[in-house]
Every structure is written in structure tokens, then in C-alpha cells.
Design a protein around this ligand. Sequence first.
Ligand code: ATP
Length: 310
Amino acid sequence: MGTMAVTPPEAVTVRVPAKVNLDLRVGPRRPDGYHDLATVLQAVSLYDEVSVARWDDWQVVPSGSYAALIPTDDSNLALRAARLLADRFQITEALSVRIDKDIPVAGGMAGGSADAAATLLACDQLWGLGLEREDLLLLAAELGSDAPFPLLGGTAIGTGRGEQLAPALARGRVHWVFAISDTGLSTPSVYAECDRLRDDAPAPQVGAQLMTALRAGDPKALGAALHNDLEPAVFSLRPGLRELRDAGVEFGALGAVVSGSGPTVAFVTDSREAALDLSVSLAASDLSRDLRRAKGPVHGAQVVAVPRPD
Ligand code: ATP
């Protein structure tokens, strides 16, 4: 290896994917209020881009389709991620964090967590910290149970609160249609409704049929095996979403499932054409106003641009 002049970059941009839950099993409510989960996550090709650059003061600059919905105060997860790293490594300089948002906000696709994950990776590069993936995964888990997965990408099984990840054997690609709703559903309200609707729950375990379908790369079997224990609660709170799911299946989706705690409904198909046809039918039905297509699985967070200093 030759010697290279190591000049710290001025700015780093990371592209990070959204996730969909192919399976979500929710255990009984624990005394601490949390629920143990077993889930299968897949990274899909809806991306945010997060850029970090040195700045006089901390700031968040949102842009993109959903910019207006992103908090710019200290509650922003990307900002929290940057400050966590700065604290941990006693870095005193401030950053400007630009978020170009294409992942639907508050839709159960973990966009905020994706931004947190992207920020960790971008800051690691900007500050030359040389962190291993394992370090980044642990830091991400401190920021939230959905934050480690976007670093990994692909298809993975999550246990614990969803943050303990193991890659899943998965073959082939599927084509998704996501029906985004603006009927915001808070995650705590969905879990509370889930607890209200059921007396007890077994220890959570992901479905064997889904794992077989993933290994075989069989979209039809995958569609049939999609599952979410939170669905009855989501449908109880937003009955229109059940209608939307049923319509998508009638229009030819191989399967449908609410992603995470909703309200996004995810439909699976086996080709780009089928996904396009389905989104045209759903749009014509007037049941959903915002439809997005994506493929999965895709890679996790990746550095896309490190401009050289002049
Ligand atoms: P989850 O499935 O993890 O509950 P979600 O996908 O439903 O999350 P997010 O898009 O992650 O929802 O955002 C949920 C809330 O988090 C938003 O309403 C917003 O107030 C807040 N938030 C904090 N940081 C961000 C961020 N960087 N991008 C989007 N939302 C953020």
C-alpha cells in the first residue's frame, strides 16, 4: 500500500434505505412496558441522503419530499446521533446535518432511525474515527432499536426490542408497492391497542414459512407468509387500512402487510411491471394518495460522496 496524504474531508454524504417488516411478532407486555419482538426486516430502495459538514453551530437542514415533517430541534434523530458520537469522542466542533428525505415520515419505515444510522457512518468518516461496523451497530442501538438495521441492510432477523440482528438467508428480489397514509399513528398508541385487544401472547418467534420462502426466493410464498401481530390494532384504529390492504390483494398483490406500527401498507409483487400495474389500480381506487414503488433487499447505509477539499 502506498502512502496517501490524509486530508480530512470537508463533508460526507451517506445514502441510507428504509425498511419494511416482513414479519413482526410481538410478545406480551413486559413489566417495564416494552414488548419482546421477533421480526424479519428488509431494506428497500427508498432512500434518505444525510450529509454532514463542519459548521459554526449545530444545525439540521431538511430537504426533499417530506422536508416539512422533519423536526429541526434537538429531537431530530440525526442530530442526536452526531452529538452522541461527539460526546463519546470528546469532539468539540459542531456540524451542519443536511437530510434529503425521501423515506416517508412516521410511516413505520424507520426513516428517523435510518437518518441516525447514516449520521453515525458519515461522522465516523468526517472525523476519521475508524470505527468498526460492530462499534457503529452498538452506538446505533443506543439511539433506538430500529437504528442498527439500516447499517446492515439486506434481510435480517431482529430479536430483543428488534435491535439484535442476524442476517437472514434470502434469495432473489421482490418489488414492493407502499401505500403511504397521512393518518399518523403513534407507535405507543398502536402497542396499547394491541395489548387491549389480546389477553396473552406467546413468546415471539418469526414464522418458519417466511424463512423457507426467503431461502427459496419464492415471491408467491413470501407474499403468503407476510405477517404483523400489530395489524389487528392498526386496523382497529384505522379501519380504512384494512380496506386498502384487501383492495391491493384483489388487484393482484402476492401479499400485503402493515409495516411496523403503520400506517404504511406494503404490497409485494414479483416484477417491476406487476408493481406498476398494482400502483395504477390502487391510485385509481382512491384508497391511497401516496404510492411508492421500491425493490428489496438492497444494501445498507453507504458513503456516496466525500468531496475533496480544494
Ligand atoms: P418507527 O417505525 O421507528 O416508529 P417511523 O418510521 O414510524 O418510525 P419516523 O419517520 O422514523 O417514523 O419518524 C417518527 C417521528 O420521529 C417523526 O414524526 C418525527 O417527529 C421524529 N423524527 C426525529 N428525527 C427524525 C428524522 N431525522 N426524520 C424523520 N423524523 C424524525
